[in-house]
Design a protein around this ligand. Structure first.
Ligand code: ATP
Length: 221
């Protein structure tokens, strides 16, 4: 299998983290930033690191960004540069462009001009921390859409010994238990009669407001 090749433009905290982790996982990574200093900071950790202004189409062509399967645009503060860069990459025909957005409006513009995926790292991390604060039992939170999420919830004491039928999460909270994790084991067809044991983790899908209701109910119980 041919490994995907990645380019990351913008080497702030987010971009440099994406670039160095991809390289650590064995992928070819080209890291680009207009700041020579930022380039030097990651040069030791990635395959290639070059300094260039990504709003300069010629500069992007010269470094061969077109040949990468995925380009991550991680320019945050300078929204204009982020949009221009995305537009140029789209025009060049880069197959998959992921862009970090600063806010919702920035995200909307990026989607309109053809970004394949828009990410909001600060907003998403804020949401995760908020969920964890509401209920320390929430181990993971994955946003499926602005309205729906999947959460991983450690079975709180009040659930232990009870089965899914007794807990009645579907009727009470309109949420679905997709799976129950027991250590390394993932049971994707959890039985309604099986009592939950200490350490079990429930994987639950639902609307955000209903999930929060469920989290609150068990955090306060
Ligand atoms: P962080 O990921 O640290 O939160 P941020 O969202 O605050 O970053 P910035 O620091 O504004 O984003 O930008 C990230 C990087 O993008 C910076 O290192 C900056 O030099 C680089 N950058 C900004 N504009 C361009 C450009 N036109 N071409 C190349 N790199 C750029």
């Amino acid at each position: 299998m041919v490994k995907k090749q990645f380019a990351v433009i913008g080497l702030g905290r987010f971009g440099s983290s994406v670039a160095t982790y991809l390289a650590k996982m064995g992928y070819d990574v080209l890291a680009v930033d207009e700041s020579e200093e930022r380039v030097q900071d990651v040069a030791h950790a990635v395959t290639h690191a070059v300094s260039a202004d990504s709003t300069d189409e010629e500069a992007l062509r010269a470094i061969g960004v077109r040949n990468f399967d995925v380009v991550v645009v991680a320019i945050g503060q300078d929204i204009q540069a982020s949009i221009l860069t995305t537009l140029i990459l789209k025009d060049m025909g880069v197959p998959y462009i992921i862009v970090k957005a600063q806010n919702e409006l920035h995200g909307k513009v990026l989607s309109k001009i053809g970004a394949d995926k828009v990410v909001f790292p600060e907003r998403d991390m804020g949401l995760r921390v908020a969920h964890h604060l509401i209920s320390p039992n929430i181990l993971e939170h994955i946003e499926l859409s602005p309205e729906f999420s999947i959460v991983e919830m450690r079975a709180p004491d009040e659930m232990i010994g009870k089965n899914l039928k007794q807990l009645d999460i579907r009727a009470k909270y309109n949420c679905n238990v997709l799976a129950v994790k027991q250590g390394e084991q993932m049971n994707i067809t959890p039985h309604a009669d099986e009592p939950l044991a200490a350490g079990d983790v429930l994987v639950i899908v639902g609307r955000n407001d209903q999930l929060i209701r469920l989290e609150q109910a068990y955090a306060e119980a």
